[in-house]
Design a protein around this ligand. Sequence first.
Ligand SMILES: CCCCCCCCCCCCCCCC(=O)SCCNC(=O)CCNC(=O)[C@H](O)C(C)(C)COP(=O)(O)OP(=O)(O)OC[C@H]1O[C@@H](n2cnc3c(N)ncnc32)[C@H](O)[C@@H]1OP(=O)(O)O
Length: 270
Amino acid sequence: MSFYRRQQRRCQNAQGAQKMVGGMFQIGREMSKGFNSSIRQQLPRQTLHPPWSSINSVRTMAVLQWCSNPRDFSLPNSSWGSDMRRLYEHFNSQCEIETEAGEKKWGPWRRLPSYNRSLKYATGGGILSKVIQSKARLFTRSIKEKGAAFEYVMFVNKVEQKCVCVFQAGHLLEGPPGHVHGGAIATIIDTVLGTHATYLSGPVMTVNLSINYRRPIPLGSTVLLTSSLDKKEGRKTFVSCQVTDTEGSKLHTEATGLFVSVTVENLLRG
Ligand SMILES: CCCCCCCCCCCCCCCC(=O)SCCNC(=O)CCNC(=O)[C@H](O)C(C)(C)COP(=O)(O)OP(=O)(O)OC[C@H]1O[C@@H](n2cnc3c(N)ncnc32)[C@H](O)[C@@H]1OP(=O)(O)O
């Protein structure tokens, strides 16, 4: 077998693991710039460092670097409309600011990268079957066609304990004619509140989501989701969110969510 074929085969075997780990690390890094490193503390070693049996040599690690190119779905693409771009620029420009002396420093906001893989382990008492494992995708990032479904980018503000999401609803999310499906709205709300709660508290799961739909969201439009921390009580993180037009003046939807901190045992137990 040629060197190139060997590298390609190794790459295929390792790509899934690498994407998952890359995603976890990068999201984890962004999140742990926040309040704590509880994600790292709570996940078992093999989740942060999965079984590397087939990828345990320095040489293979070099191959992993070579073939690692996970797509960050939260970066602008050609499907983004002007509202989506404008709001992205607005928050992104506050991630890094320039002092009067001309030095760059962190601003109040952080953009959260977003990948289509998360964890290899899930319910059912063990490791997922290889087929499921290789095919599993984060629901909101499962459609490759740009602009067809969920286009979104999230930013978190550590000081204000807020999270915002700029969301452009694609044509595959239709519910009532010309408008976004209520389940798709619930999905993006769960994603934003869940990500915010994870940022604040480490790994969590949704135990309650309560949604009031006030005004329909036109298909193809861009809306702003703003999530705030209401309170934390032991393992419980209470967050709430408003979905408005891009000016923040028209309220489309409002929701509250309760998230409970989980350990990896919770995930494995099923
Ligand atoms: C992981 C790393 C991430 C890395 C970065 C990833 C980035 C990618 C981001 C994607 C973001 C997507 C985010 C989607 C998030 C989902 O969609 S999660 C999927 C839907 N949720 C589920 O399937 C959860 C199902 N529920 C469960 O498995 C169990 O309820 C749980 C969560 C394990 C908790 O069970 P438990 O440990 O036995 O806890 P339990 O004692 O029952 O409850 C704890 C407390 O909560 C209260 N409680 C529980 N349920 C309720 C309820 N429904 N109402 C009110 N109170 C309740 C209890 O009364 C109790 O209160 P206290 O007595 O302590 O005061």
